[in-house]
Design a protein around this ligand. Structure first.
Ligand SMILES: *Cc1c(COP(=O)(O)O)cnc(C)c1O
Length: 339
């Protein structure tokens, strides 16, 4: 194990020993190749650079108390990457090979997996992009898949704390029939102005509304939104949001805790009726929301009035992380052990 200050590790990039690459050429995928370089050689006319033919994934490996490394729902990430590839006309990277690449890159970088109890984890970043030269607008004929890992610190260094969000009406992240349902870099480029404006205003992130009517909640920056009303977990249904695996898991956990769950349109006004709200995704698992400011109506929706996250949110949070790090049994079959 390297001597890192695990608890104070940033959520950023740290060099590890190896990454894995694979090339699609002449209609088929080659073999997984191990590299110790942090750089790629890329054609100056690659479609990934010019036309945004690029999709990625993000997941984590967790060190258990038992010294075993656990991967959470990796097949779902693999399938989502296949879905994203199809959405922007790229060659799909096969699910089986995706698993093989993940297990291998983790095994080869074992010493970078943060210890149990540090709150830090090994973040895994698979990437797929069009790598052959095109000048006219069309899909590449060659693709590159790669996966690197990097240890990341706990998202909340001093324990999970409520964050404030800003409702955004002057930037759309994705159109209803566009690419919002795919995990592609283009959506992030489109959201950057709004995210920076929110941060500059002192908010953790922005809440995007549906692009068509500006009536319904879409997403919370790069995370899904949920609200809790009495005993019901409610999360938006929309044609332009990314299907978060964390959100899917929280829905199952909510059900297992006897809560009702609803996936349906959520209007901005409905924010007033929630007891608790939060953003969810792999990076932070859950960011409880303290306040949501809507500048258009000069409205502030407030939760966590005592400065602490709500009790239902924390129940869901602890249940999920205890499955991820192996403290609790996994009745859902979500966890794979990496030997
Ligand atoms: C990755 C991502 C999420 C979170 O998905 P998880 O599978 O839970 O990590 C949410 N929204 C967007 C836009 C994303 O790209």
């Amino acid at each position: 194990m390297e001597k890192f200050d695990w608890k104070n590790l940033p959520f950023g990039y740290i060099k590890t020993d190896y990454n894995i690459r694979c090339i699609y050429k002449n209609g088929k995928w080659g073999k997984l190749e191990v590299s110790s370089s942090e750089y790629i050689d890329i054609h100056i006319a690659a479609t990934g650079l010019h036309y945004g033919q690029e999709a990625f994934e993000g997941l984590k490996a967790y060190m258990g108390k038992d010294g075993k490394i656990r991967l959470f729902r990796w097949e779902d990430n693999a399938k989502r990457m296949v879905f994203s590839a199809g959405g922007i006309k790229m060659a799909a990277f096969p699910v089986e090979m995706f698993g093989e690449a993940l297990f291998k890159v983790i095994q080869m970088n074992k010493k970078f997996v943060p210890p149990y109890g540090s709150g830090a984890t090994l973040y895994i970043r698979p990437l797929l992009y069009g790598s052959s030269a095109e000048v006219g607008v069309k899909p590449a004929s060659e693709y590159t898949f790669l996966v690197f890992v990097t240890p990341v610190g706990p998202y909340f260094k001093d324990g999970i704390k409520p964050v404030n969000m800003l409702i955004c009406r002057d930037v759309d992240r994705a159109a209803p029939m566009g690419t919002g349902i795919y995990k592609v870099g283009g959506n992030y480029a489109a959201s950057m102005r709004a995210i920076i404006a929110a941060r500059d205003g002192g908010y953790a992130n922005t809440i995007f509304l549906d692009a068509k009517e500006k009536k319904y909640i879409d997403e919370c920056g790069p995370a899904n939104f949920f609200g809790i009303k009495e005993n019901t977990y409610i999360t938006p249904k929309s044609e332009s949001i990314l299907n978060s695996i964390t959100n899917m898991s929280l829905i199952e956990i909510a059900k297992s805790l006897g809560m009702k769950t609803e996936r349906r349109q959520v209007t901005v006004e409905e924010l007033a009726s929630f007891n608790e709200t939060g953003a969810c995704g792999t990076a932070a698992v859950i960011s409880p929301i303290g306040k949501i400011f809507d500048p258009e109506n000069n409205m502030i929706y407030e939760y966590c009035k005592n400065g602490e996250p709500g009790s239902e949110t924390m129940k869901l949070y602890y249940k999920l992380i205890s499955i991820q790090n192996g403290d609790k049994p996994d009745p859902f079959g979500w966890v794979s052990i990496v030997d």
